[in-house]
Design a protein around this ligand. Structure first.
Ligand code: ATP
Length: 535
């Protein structure tokens, strides 16, 4: 599937718009249109239902090590600045960026890809940000750099595979992605990804706060509140869906890397002795969630991190990844990370005591000159009254992005096939084969023609379905065109009232994917559609 086709469908049919488009847009921000908002809500609702409200506290389901509870939380986006010091985001949450002195463009160091190329005794590392067509782009750039025509491409000799710019130490031989000559890139510089703002009337260091870059910290700092206000016993999980903000250096690939996005995160608290089992459980269960909702093909994979990639406190991390069409062949993008975080977070938020008179933004250094951040001083351990044991729980964190999941479902659903048009000629049809749970509109109702009492019957069916699902009524234009509009919106079923309806009180139902049509009694339509949607 070509990404341009999906992007254009998203705009044309109201799934996604560039934010502030009439003012030329703003990079890294997106708006969901009438169909997009329904799709994304359905993704989030499926997650919330499957992880929280639909969870059965009483049985051991899905291969879980034991019974457990799941509850939700909705925390503020702006939190006490100390939270971000203790979590490490203030000091460590940065990317390296490089600037190009010639094009004035800025890139994330690890995202620039390039390859060494030679012509005679000249050598250069040519680079690109072209994603899926990176190799073609590199060739064009090398030809231009060495002033060669396409027919002399044999004069270029490539040295090694396409590699990240992070593999290159000396930038003097690097051709920047948008540069015309070598050596225009600056050295990498640190760039903190947190958005800053201020609270209150004074805009000074003391009033500085941050927009959260993840929802997880709100859960950790409320661990004790949840424990004290419920009768939860470990093991249990706390889930949260909400906006997060990261000032990404190079937002790109549609909504994949945005500056404002939504996360769906769980912090699962368990006994240290069983945390390895819980980690395996969550890793597999979260992978299954995507396959159950339609990402069943080979484009989805579960990748266990190499031990060298793990944080010091983690004994296991796995990414659930999808081969988005805008990536180069064989490249995957993260949909969700499932991490075993040990007791790192609760311990950090607990340890030490913050002196109420210190400005949390004043950096306190340890003997190595490293900032030393102290926790709240509150005891965030757990007391198991049955075994009379006190411990700091271990945490398993499945952390997903609602926008990336939505985008993956759209990419996977986008299909072109052949279907007969109004005259019976086979024509290419664009269809979004979304899982019925995710489809923005569940059913559409059409009168075949706008007369003979057909609209009245169709409107009544529409009203009967409305309390149960999102349903759409359309009486304009040729019937084939109406079907195709619904195919593009991903609507699983179309219901048509025609001449025969008036004789025998039946209507046709058309299946989006198989194009099969069958007749059902008017008063059985609701049960029929509900039954099929819940299959
Ligand atoms: P990446 O390496 O792609 O920047 P990450 O490892 O920093 O992602 P996490 O911090 O683990 O991401 O965040 C958890 C999830 O939040 C990711 O799996 C992703 O689905 C989502 N997410 C993170 N950053 C963004 C972003 N800039 N735009 C959209 N979704 C994001």
């Amino acid at each position: 599937m070509e990404m341009e086709k999906l992007v254009s469908l998203c705009k044309r049919r109201g799934f996604l718009f560039q934010s502030s488009e009439i003012y030329g847009g703003i990079n890294g921000f997106w708006d969901y249109g009438p169909l997009g908002v329904e799709l994304k809500r359905n993704v989030k609702e499926a997650w919330w239902r499957d992880m929280v409200t639909g969870h059965d506290d009483l049985s051991v389901a899905d291969g879980a090590p034991e019974t457990h509870s799941m509850v939700g939380l909705d925390c503020a986006i702006i939190m006490h600045p100390q939270v971000w010091k203790v979590s490490g985001h203030y000091d460590l949450f940065h990317d390296y960026m490089i600037d190009c002195r010639q094009s004035n463009k800025r890139y994330r160091h690890d995202q620039v890809l390039g390859r060494w190329v030679k012509r005679g005794d000249q050598r250069a590392f040519v680079t690109s940000m072209a994603g899926e067509s990176v190799e073609d782009d590199l060739q064009q750039k090398a030809l231009k750099l060495f002033r060669l025509r396409a027919k002399n491409v044999d004069e270029l000799s490539w040295d090694g595979p396409v590699a990240s710019l992070t593999t290159v130490d000396d930038f003097s031989q690097v051709l920047g992605p948008d540069a015309k000559e070598l050596g225009t890139l600056t050295e990498p510089r640190e760039f903190n990804l947190m958005y800053e703002t201020h609270t209150g009337a004074m805009r000074d260091e003391k009033s500085k706060v941050f927009l959260r870059p993840e929802t997880a910290q709100g859960i950790f700092v409320n661990f004790k509140n949840v424990l004290d206000s419920t009768r939860l016993k470990i093991p249990f999980g706390i889930a949260q869906i909400g906006k997060s903000f990261r000032n990404e250096i190079t937002p790109r690939n549609f909504t994949f890397r945005s500056r404002e996005f939504e996360q769906m995160e769980i912090e699962f608290f368990c006994h240290p002795d069983s945390s390895a089992d819980w980690y395996k459980y969550w890793r597999d269960r979260r992978f299954r969630w995507y396959t159950d909702l339609g990402l069943a093909g080979e484009r989805l994979r579960l990748r266990d991190h190499d031990p060298s990639e793990l944080s010091h406190y983690s004994t296991g991390t796995a990414d659930i990844e999808y081969a988005f069409p805008f990536f180069a062949e064989g490249e995957y993008g993260e949909l969700e990370g499932v991490a075993h975080r040990g007791d790192f977070d609760l311990r950090s938020h607990s340890e030490g005591k913050l002196d109420p008179n210190t400005n949390p933004l004043e950096v306190e250094k340890d003997e190595h000159g490293q900032p030393r951040w102290r926790g709240s001083g509150k005891d965030l351990s757990y007391r198991d009254e049955v075994n009379n044991e006190k411990y700091i729980p271990h945490v398993i964190e499945p952390s997903a992005g609602a926008d990336r999941a939505t985008l993956a479902f759209l990419c996977e659903a986008y299909t072109e096939d052949e279907a007969p048009d109004d005259k019976g000629n086979m024509k290419t049809r664009t269809v979004l084969k979304l899982h019925p749970r995710l489809a923005p509109i569940k059913a559409a109702v059409f009168p075949l023609v706008k007369k003979d009492g057909m609209p009245e019957v169709a409107k009544q069916i529409y009203r009967d379905l409305k309390p149960h699902m999102n349903v759409f009524y359309d009486q304009k234009g040729a019937i084939g065109r109406r079907y195709r509009r619904q195919d593009e919106a991903g609507t699983p079923y179309c219901i048509t009232v025609d001449g025969q309806t008036l004789e025998d009180e039946t209507v046709t139902i058309r299946d989006r994917d198989s194009l099969e049509q069958w007749r059902v009694k008017v008063d059985e339509v609701v049960v029929e559609i509900q039954g099929r949607l819940s299959q």
